[in-house]
Ligand binder design. Structure first.
Ligand SMILES: *Cc1c(COP(=O)(O)O)cnc(C)c1O
Length: 496
């Protein structure tokens, strides 16, 4: 299996090359040249396996240059014993037709762990194949959860070095504490005065700076990415949608071949793109429902075909979705254009020049065949947290609550009774302030761990160990820079 670039469909790379480099050198994103097909028989077989075995099987279809033994080592290194649920993910029933796919049982309590526990294994195995001996310098732009999950995945991994940039004013106190207290000799964390888009754009520019890349190369190092532009981040996410279908089958909630819907709280479009890829592999999926917060650029896009980032950036209580430039959308465009790189380039050029683009009619039609969309503001998010807890005794975090609300609106609008898997992307204790406030409790003047303990008291839910252990821990990192200063910071940290 080879990979092409969204900017140049003639460029081919092996899986190991795609993962080791992260982004194609002309700035495109790597995409698989075709989608391996899952038959119903295969789904039935997979439903009898453990998560680790399913992951090894499915990833084997994409990472064809990895040996069986390498794959097994990567997957079991990532998932065995690292998650507080022995089946790695958990599928919780919400109502008659809706299930929450809990993806936050890993060490940092967000769904990013599903990919970022595995990525270091994939990356070091890939690097050995294609660039043996080089140190890999990973730059990460984060809206909150990626940073911590990447730090935790890569800390003290030999042959790697990691620099993380997060919006200083744009993450929750717990997210900030998780990152600034990070241990490990090969990592550094820096706040930026700007938002996630600023951080992501600056980091992407550094990746494609040829002069800098050459200087780094001369010192025996190379850049790579742990953001969802890296194929090694996306591939592991395809697994859990297939696995959720297998769980529904195994539990006799559905019959083989029954279509399901998948609803995903979306920011950078990585998680929902993985669900789309699962569908392209033959997983019976009827509709993909894209849920956004007030930064509803994707809702408008799916409804009208116009992508327009020229709008105010809103800071919300679901910060990991505060994004106006969803970088993985480029991969969807490539698929909707039938791998026509010229069409993708034209749209991306328009996005860079004008901040907007309009899909040609045939692409819009295909988009609307596959996707539905919706959005809600912070008040509706808080109301959804409260209603979900009161009605179903289920406590969800603000990101998951956006998806629950958008799903309920979708059902009210369409009457669609298809069984639906809703991605549950973070543990609610990561956002104790917002969740407690949503439940109608006083929050004024309370310190982070007072909020955490009150939330546990009010709901009877257990505080995850990964968060409890941060109490009283002193921050290690206090650097902050302007967005223009990111390059200088990188140069200084790397001694270039
Ligand atoms: C990252 C994140 C999202 C958004 O996922 P994308 O892949 O960027 O669309 C949603 N919820 C949480 C909790 C996240 O950390």
């Amino acid at each position: 299996m080879n990979y092409n670039s969204t900017c140049d469909s003639h460029r081919t790379a092996s899986a190991a090359e795609a993962i080791a480099t992260g982004i194609s050198r002309e700035g495109g994103l790597f995409v698989p040249e075709r989608f391996p097909q899952l038959t119903q028989e295969r789904l039935l077989q997979l439903s009898k396996l453990s998560y680790i075995e399913r992951a090894k099987d499915i990833l084997g279809e994409y990472l064809t240059d990895f040996t069986e033994e390498e794959l097994y080592r990567c997957v079991s290194g990532a998932y065995a014993g690292k998650f507080d649920d022995e089946s790695v993910t958990n599928l919780a029933r919400l109502s008659d037709n809706a299930y929450l796919l809990e993806l936050w049982h890993g060490p940092t309590c967000a769904f990013k762990d599903m990919a970022l526990q595995l990525l270091p294994h994939l990356l070091t195995t890939s690097a050995k194949k294609v660039v043996d001996g080089k140190e890999i310098v990973i730059l990460v732009a984060t809206s909150g959860d990626t940073g911590k999950a990447a730090l935790e995945g890569f800390k003290d991994v030999p042959g790697t070095r990691m620099l993380v940039f997060y919006p200083e004013q744009g993450v929750s106190p717990m997210q900030k504490l998780q990152m600034t207290t990070q241990e490990g000799g090969n990592v550094a964390v820096c706040g930026i005065r700007g938002n996630f888009d600023d951080a992501q754009t600056a980091v992407k520019r550094i990746f494609t700076d040829q002069a800098l890349a050459e200087r780094l190369e001369r010192s025996g190092r190379m850049f790579s990415s742990a953001n969802s532009i890296n194929w090694g981040r996306l591939a592991p996410q395809i697994v859990y949608y297939i696995s959720a279908y297998c769980d529904l089958l195994a539990d006799e909630e559905i019959a083989l071949g029954d279509p399901i819907n998948i609803c995903v709280p979306t920011g950078n479009f990585g998680n929902i793109l993985a669900a789309y890829y699962a569908k392209r592999m033959g997983l019976p999926v009827a509709r993909l429902i894209c849920a956004s917060n007030e930064n509803n650029v994707l809702t408008e896009f799916i409804e009208t075909g116009v992508y327009n980032r020229n709008r105010p950036f809103r800071t919300t209580i679901s910060p990991s979705m505060d994004i106006l430039i969803s970088s993985n959308l480029e991969r969807l465009l490539y698929a909707l254009a039938d791998n026509d790189d010229a069409q993708v380039r034209a749209l991306m050029d328009s996005l860079n020049a004008e901040g907007s683009y309009t899909l040609p009619a045939p692409m819009l039609e295909r988009l609307r065949d596959e996707f539905a969309a919706g959005c809600c503001d912070d008040d509706a998010t808080r109301a959804a947290i409260r209603a979900t807890f009161d009605t179903y005794s289920y406590l969800c975090d603000p990101h998951t609550a956006v998806a629950v609300k958008v799903y309920q609106d979708y059902v009210a609008r369409t009457g669609d009774s298809t069984k639906t898997v809703i991605a549950s992307t973070a543990n609610p204790f990561k956002f104790s302030h917002s969740v407690l406030e949503a439940l109608g409790e006083p929050v004024e003047g309370l310190a982070e761990f007072e909020l955490v303990e009150r939330l546990a008291g009010r709901t009877g839910c257990e505080i995850p160990a990964g968060l409890a252990s941060l109490k009283g821990k002193a921050p290690r990192f206090s650097d902050v820079c302007d967005r223009e200063g990111i390059l200088d910071y990188v140069v200084e940290q790397l001694g270039l």
